[in-house]
Design a protein around this ligand. Structure first.
Ligand code: HEC
Ligand code: HEC
Length: 171
């Protein structure tokens, strides 16, 4: 009986001090109660392992895709399964080296691939362009994993605005 009374006194003191504290504390930022969602892991919580989606099959259509911008590394329009690409050998160059292009009918590597980072032109592939798949990826019919609002420079120019002078004869 006595201990119950003591407890209720303690409770009352705690409630009062909590009340005082909450009056003085700065307002907490309101975090909207949205369910966790990530474009790559879906609704799987961070401390659980998400089931990986199936890898989209590589297209092998030999159809060169358009580039979204001039400096985009073109996508690879063929399969590259089993092509050795390491410090010992570069299978890509067997067809894409300038000297092989006539026989292979492959697009020869562009002039930028001969440039060092100081813009000196080398007689052969620049080491910084050796690992082709650092920049070039195979093609797949896959949906983008994250949203993208990129606009082609041609469309930016087409948009009306003071900084977009129209070529003569166009309205
Ligand atoms: C057996 C020859 C051969 C090999 C090996 C090869 N390619 Fe190709 N590649 C081609 C041909 C031919 C084309 C032209 C399109 C087509 O027929 O698929 C091409 C097209 C490309 C293109 C498109 C160029 C453009 O202007 O759009 C890229 C990029 C490319 N290859 C990258 C690579 C990479 C990277 C490797 C190595 C992992 C590689 N290729 C290995 C023959 C080859
Ligand atoms: C550091 C990134 C990078 C690496 C590594 C790289 N490329 Fe490229 N590649 C590009 C970019 C960017 C372009 C488009 C602009 C240009 O031509 O530079 C391109 C263009 C090309 C083209 C089209 C050329 C044309 O005239 O249309 C081919 C073919 C190509 N690369 C093949 C290769 C091969 C084969 C390798 C490996 C030996 C390789 N690339 C390594 C970035 C790279």
């Amino acid at each position: 009986m006595r201990s119950i009374r003591v407890m209720s006194v303690v409770n009352a003191v705690m409630t009062a001090s909590l009340f005082l504290f909450s009056q003085g504390a700065p307002a907490q930022p309101v975090i909207p109660a949205e369910p966790f969602h990530d474009a790559l892991r879906g609704t799987t919580p961070l401390d659980e392992e998400a089931k990986p989606p199936l890898i989209a099959p590589t297209e092998n259509k030999d159809v060169i895709r358009g580039r979204a911008y001039a400096q985009q590394p073109p996508t690879i329009p063929h399969k590259i399964d089993g092509y050795q690409l390491d410090k010992d050998a570069n299978r890509c160059l067997a067809c894409h080296a300038r000297s092989r292009a006539a026989d292979s009918a492959a697009v020869p590597i562009g002039i930028s691939h001969y440039l060092t980072r100081d813009n000196a032109t080398l007689g052969s592939l620049s080491p910084r362009r050796y690992f082709c798949t650092q920049c070039h990826v195979t093609q797949a019919d896959a949906k983008p994993l994250v949203g993208n609002t990129f606009t082609d420079v041609e469309d930016v120019r087409a948009a009306p605005g003071p900084s977009a002078p129209r070529p003569a004869g166009k309205k």
